[in-house]
Design a binder for this molecule. Structure first.
Ligand SMILES: [Zn+2]
Length: 242
């Protein structure tokens, strides 16, 4: 076993001529195979010249793992209003999330679990979204002369928004706070238009065209990227969206 730049490397001596370096799935185990007679020093020197390559490979495995299971720890990324932030976790007595440059500094209790951190971040997104809805919804209500009887935010994995045409109430997906603000504008408008037209028919489309001529572009941008959801919650977000 070698340890170079904090990376553990397994050494396998075999009856071979040249050294080979592997970073293997699923967890990125690093192995070097070397000729039987080769000295450890020579092997270490070889590995040292490959450190940046090894790190690049390890980052790939890391990225794959995180996409399915978020821990809300340093090194992960968060999207806020379409912008990517690098998460930096710090310990403290009070939970908070602060943005500084391209960093999202998450302060949590040391003993917090991934679920607790996720819940905190989710509620943080909710506050962010609520503030924008409070600003945007009246604007679109004025433009369209359609009025929602009420609205709520909800964590959803298959829809960006829903509308109950009977009660006139609108639900907006918490995850819209991850997308650019124009995406939220589009979903608000879409749900408001449902108050006038239930179905996605010609009339619906012509109303959308009237109020937001470039809604198709925004829609495709909104759906082009998978939602950055926590592992078990990540449903099929490409279907069933407004
Ligand atoms: Zn719809």
């Amino acid at each position: 076993m070698l340890n170079i730049s904090g990376i553990s490397i397994e050494v396998c001596k075999k009856p071979i001529k040249n050294m080979h370096l592997y970073v293997k799935p699923p967890d990125g185990k690093v192995t070097v195979s070397a000729p039987l007679a080769m000295r450890d020093e020579t092997i270490a020197r070889f590995v040292r010249t490959k450190v940046s390559w090894i790190k690049k490979q390890l980052a790939k495995f890391d990225g794959q793992a995180r996409q399915s299971e978020r821990e809300y720890v340093s090194g992960e990324t968060l999207y806020i209003w379409g912008k990517q932030y690098y998460l930096q976790t710090e310990y403290g007595n009070r939970n908070s999330l602060a943005l500084s440059g391209n960093k999202a500094i998450l302060t949590v209790r040391k003993e917090s679990t991934a679920i607790q951190r996720e819940n905190f971040v989710r509620e943080w997104y909710r506050e962010l979204l609520k503030t924008e809805i409070t600003r945007m919804l009246p604007k679109w209500e004025k433009i369209t002369c359609l009025k929602a009887a009420g609205w709520q935010t909800k964590y959803m994995t298959t829809r960006w928004g829903t509308c109950n045409t009977k009660t006139g109430k609108i639900w907006l997906n918490l995850q819209l706070a991850k997308k650019t603000p124009e995406c939220l504008e589009y979903v608000i408008l879409h749900e408001l238009v449902h108050l006038a037209e239930k179905k996605h028919n010609e009339r619906f489309v012509s109303l959308m065209d009237k109020y937001m001529p470039m809604w198709r572009e925004v829609k495709s941008r909104l759906n082009s990227q998978m939602l950055d959801a926590a592992g078990s919650h990540a449903g099929n977000q490409r279907r069933g969206l407004p």
